[in-house]
Design a protein around this ligand. Structure first.
Ligand code: BES
Ligand code: ZN
Length: 606
């Protein structure tokens, strides 16, 4: 066989950082911070150990809304004042903080600073906004470029560092981080943390609240407010099994422990893969363990994302596409193929909906995104997740599962604690998978072109085919065969609700609601899907508008909020949408309120 030549790939450039990567990068961070719940501030110092090029005359960090009080430099054991300059502020990027490096060389830099009460990464919650309503709560959200609003940092997914932190909080609260964590409160209110594996800035995270811990035997556990801890421990009882299953598929778990923290309902995401400590929405506590695929997803990021990281936010699909694929493999191994097929098909439906929303020739449907000058959050939709996962499923089908699994393990091992761009990934797959098997596969079509290539893996779910039959029957004769729906899981119900027509007579929706009580469902996924259908069909009037208002006021998870507000606008209920938003906004994280505000102010389609 003739050995192919592979052209060198240029080093990826991150358009969302001011860091001068080629000259000076952070290697280790020491935080010494105090959390002030009265003033909604974090203040203290950050100290950095650097790796510098000998010619480097400065290091540039990212900051957004931080007050920098002073900078000191350590040279031969003594600290001297440092010179620094803050450049102009740009939307969502913040400002460059440039620190001069004396020619004599320095070992460390220390910055004294404080955050602004409006810091985007921080959500300060009053006791009323928590589950137990006793104590305040704080959590951070770093991804994509928000860490710079609470720590001066080189905020690029391509730059990794280790960290140690000392955090002082009110004595009645516990602090936890994306690091080694305490299990219980102490009487000083001071906690120390170590993260000895290098991580990028977006994975630095802190939560402070009235927290209890419940161990899920050895390597795992869950943190939640005391009033929620038993329900959480029940819901996530399979956590340890999930880790073992993931290891059997993708290689060793590299982060020591895997714990979860259940946050208050305003958390803007379902989950966030902060290393060692996934942050999760309480809306996955359904009482029946039916929404734990989300945890499999966040756990899977321990390989795809946290171990092998997207080089820039334009390569975001590398994190999420692989993770959705891995999530499905974990669920299949734990709960069987039929279960995993349902999840995969729900994901595929989301993909179809996103492509039709964006338009199938939109550049935002490419896997490789173009985000220069844009908020990276703009590119974070189901394309990265579901088109990415479909590409991997299609590759798996092409080469066979066994080969693909061996390839994946090798990929995680070759790129451990490294970042990778789409172009590097393309070459790696070409070289290590396709060329060696002599397979012709149009990777470029998937990565750099819109829509979905025709040759994609087909996703079939027998269970959903049965649901489709029930939908047809119900629409035709208005009858639901109770004996066949008795065994349905959350996923079948979601498929059912998603496929009901919106133009049926109100009595049809009443009939379903009387029997299954969806309007009062304790399962947030089912409730959200039902409320969306209720808006689109007009059932919401005189039936569940109250439930809609309560849901939109209590839950801050953007994935639920956006489709509901969108449906309100599309059905001419702008007044109601604005009225609810005005009341609910104080409960939303800045990430969610920004998205909803953008939606509400966007020009209505002509
Ligand atoms: N890393 C994401 C959350 C995220 C994405 C935060 C982009 C900030 C910017 C997380 O892993 C995620 O994908 N969460 C999903 C879970 C789902 C796909 C199972 C969510 O929050 O809904
Ligand atoms: Zn994810």
């Amino acid at each position: 066989m003739v050995k192919k030549e592979y052209p060198p790939i240029p080093a990826p450039i991150d358009a969302h950082t001011y860091a001068n990567v080629a000259e000076a990068v952070i290697q280790h961070l020491e935080l010494d911070l105090t959390v002030d719940f009265e003033k909604h501030l974090i203040s203290g110092s950050a100290e950095y150990a650097l790796r510098t090029d000998s010619s480097a005359r400065n290091i540039t960090l990212d900051i957004n809304g931080l007050q920098i009080d002073s900078v000191t430099l350590e040279s031969n054991g003594s600290w001297i004042p440092g010179e620094f300059n803050i450049g102009p502020e740009a939307p969502f990027l913040g400002s460059p903080l440039s620190i001069e490096l004396p020619e004599s060389g320095i070992n460390k830099i220390r910055i004294f600073y404080q955050t602004s009460p409006e810091a985007d990464a921080l959500q300060w919650l009053s006791p009323q906004q928590t589950h137990d309503k006793q104590e305040p709560f704080l959590f951070t959200q770093g991804q994509a470029v928000l860490t710079r609003s609470w720590i001066p940092i080189q905020d690029s997914p391509g730059i990794r560092f280790t960290y140690h932190a000392k955090i002082k909080v009110p004595k009645q609260l516990l602090a936890v981080m994306s690091a080694g964590n305490p299990r219980e409160k102490n009487d000083t209110g001071v906690y120390e943390f170590d993260m000895n594996q290098p991580i990028p800035a977006y994975l630095l995270a802190l939560a402070v609240g009235d927290l209890s811990f419940s161990a899920i035997p050895d390597r795992c556990g869950v943190y939640a407010e005391p009033g929620l801890i038993d329900a959480a421990a029940f819901e996530f009882a399979d956590l340890e099994k999930m880790v073992t299953t993931a290891e059997s598929l993708f290689g060793p778990y590299q982060w020591e422990r895997y714990d979860l923290i259940v946050l208050p309902p305003s958390f803007p995401f379902g989950g966030m893969e902060n290393p060692r400590l996934t942050f999760a929405t309480p809306t996955i506590i359904a009482g029946d363990r039916s929404l734990t695929a989300l945890i499999a997803h966040e756990l899977a990021h321990s390989w795809s994302g946290n171990l092998v990281t997207n080089a820039t936010w334009e390569d975001f699909w590398i994190n999420e596409g692989h993770t959705v694929y891995l999530e499905n493999r974990i669920m299949e191994k734990l709960y069987g193929k039929e279960y995993a097929d349902m999840l995969a098909l729900l994901g595929f439906q989301d993909l179809m909906r996103t492509i039709s929303d964006l338009g199938d020739s939109s550049a935002d449907t490419h896997l490789k995104l173009q985000l220069a000058g844009r908020d990276p959050d703009d590119g974070m939709n189901d394309i990265a997740y579901e088109k990415g996962a479909l590409l991997l499923k299609t590759l798996e089908k092409e080469v066979g599962r066994q080969t693909f699994d061996a390839f994946l393990k090798q990929y995680f091992s070759d790129y451990s604690f490294k970042s990778i761009s789409t172009e590097q990934w393309e070459q790696y797959v070409q070289q290590h998978l396709l060329d060696s098997l002599n397979i012709d596969f149009d990777l470029k079509a998937w990565l750099y072109h819109p829509g979905i290539p025709d040759q994609h893996a087909e996703i079939i779910s027998n269970k959903f085919e049965q649901v489709d039959r029930r939908v047809k029957e119900f629409v035709r004769i208005g009858r639901l065969d109770r004996s066949s729906t008795r065994t349905w899981t959350t996923h079948e119900w979601l498929h059912f609700i998603r496929h009901l027509p919106t133009e049926l007579h109100t009595s049809f929706y009443e009939k379903i609601d009387n029997v299954y009580n969806f309007s009062d469902s304790g399962n947030a996924e089912i409730l959200a899907a039902w409320l969306e259908l209720s808006i689109k069909s007009g059932y919401v009037e005189n039936h569940n508008q109250k439930q809609l208002e309560v849901f939109l006021t209590e839950v801050g998870r953007r994935k639920f909020l956006l489709p509901l507000f969108k449906a309100l606008l599309e059905t001419g209920r702008r007044d109601l949408a604005e009225q609810i938003f005005n009341k609910a906004e104080k409960n939303y994280h800045s990430i969610s309120s920004k998205s909803i505000r953008d939606l509400l102010t966007a020009q209505p389609a002509i």
